[in-house]
Design a protein around this ligand. Structure first.
Ligand SMILES: Cc1cc2nc3c(=O)[nH]c(=O)nc-3n(C[C@H](O)[C@H](O)[C@H](O)COP(=O)(O)OP(=O)(O)OC[C@H]3O[C@@H](n4cnc5c(N)ncnc54)[C@H](O)[C@@H]3O)c2cc1C
Length: 253
């Protein structure tokens, strides 16, 4: 079983705060996708490849994934990818997956907090000409030909079955992301990350970046931005203390 997980680096995540003090990390929905892939690997003989399209510092989330048990990681990075909308992002991921050319299951997060469209997974499935199921809470069972999933609905959930290969977009289920082991950390530090650029992907420059994007932001309204926002930095326990102090100060607790 070959599994590909598409993951995205986002701003304001706490995952890598302790390591280099930057406020970047993994999209939480991709963390759920990662956990689902690892659960499949616990059940079956499976190889997991993670891919991200991003700037070179997105390498961190790839190493983080390896520390959790992922086998291989690919960073798609090129100045030409800048300005990609969801279509151009999906196309770039599609070119990489075509190059890998060996997959049974592709997992994406349900959405990513930056763009919040939830488009990339379904667009990618259409390009690959494979079925997709969105909002999957959990993979109930899987073998080399069929997967059965629990899909979240507005009220309750439904059970769906699909033949493989299929693309699933994963939402928060009831699973808890596994902890990173010391062995995992060592493996992640030593792992070599594949770096693929536009040339390697044999891409046309008018299919990625701003040139390959059909959507353009014509206006941005930031009036609804919270003006009194306060950002707490530090490790998890010091942030927790600061939050409690703030809540006490404002007589909320
Ligand atoms: C005109 C325009 C220009 C833009 N320019 C930039 C830019 O320069 N830099 C930038 O970072 N963003 C840019 N964006 C935002 C970018 O298009 C989206 O963040 C990106 O396409 C993903 O869309 P989304 O956040 O809605 O993802 P969703 O569709 O909500 O994400 C769902 C899932 O798709 C997968 N996925 C999404 N993005 C990636 C990725 N990059 N790598 C691997 N998997 C992924 C993940 O599994 C994720 O959970 C731009 C958007 C527009 C409209």
């Amino acid at each position: 079983m070959n599994i590909i997980v598409c993951i995205k680096q986002i701003i304001n995540s706490i995952i890598n705060q302790e390591s280099n003090n930057k406020r970047y990390g993994l999209n939480p929905f991709d963390e759920y996708a990662l956990e689902e892939s690892l659960k499949v690997k616990d059940m079956l003989k499976a190889k997991i490849i993670v891919i991200t399209m991003g700037t070179p510092d997105a390498e961190f989330i790839l190493r983080y994934s390896i520390s959790k048990g992922v086998d291989e990681a690919i960073l798609l990075t090129d100045n030409a990818f800048k300005g990609s909308d969801t279509l151009a992002t999906a196309y770039t991921l599609f070119k990489a997956i075509k190059l890998i050319n060996n997959y049974n299951l592709i997992l994406c997060g349900k959405q990513s907090p930056n763009g919040n469209t939830g488009f990339v997974g379904p667009e990618l499935a259409e390009m690959l000409n494979i079925p997709h199921i969105t909002c999957v809470k959990r993979i109930k069972s899987i073998n080399n030909t069929v997967v059965i999933v629990d899909r979240l609905l507005d009220i309750g959930s439904e059970v769906l079955e699909s033949k493989l290969p299929v693309l699933l977009t994963i939402t928060k289920g009831d699973n808890i992301s596994r902890l990173v082991s010391v062995k995992g950390r060592i493996l992640a530090r030593k792992a070599s990350i594949k770096i693929w650029d536009m040339k390697f992907l044999n891409m046309e420059s008018n299919r990625t970046g701003s040139l390959g994007s059909n959507t353009h932001i014509s206006k941005k309204d930031e009036n609804n931005k919270q003006k009194n926002k306060e950002i707490f930095t530090g490790n998890a326990s010091s942030i927790a203390v600061k939050i409690v102090d703030k809540l006490l100060e404002n007589k909320i607790i």
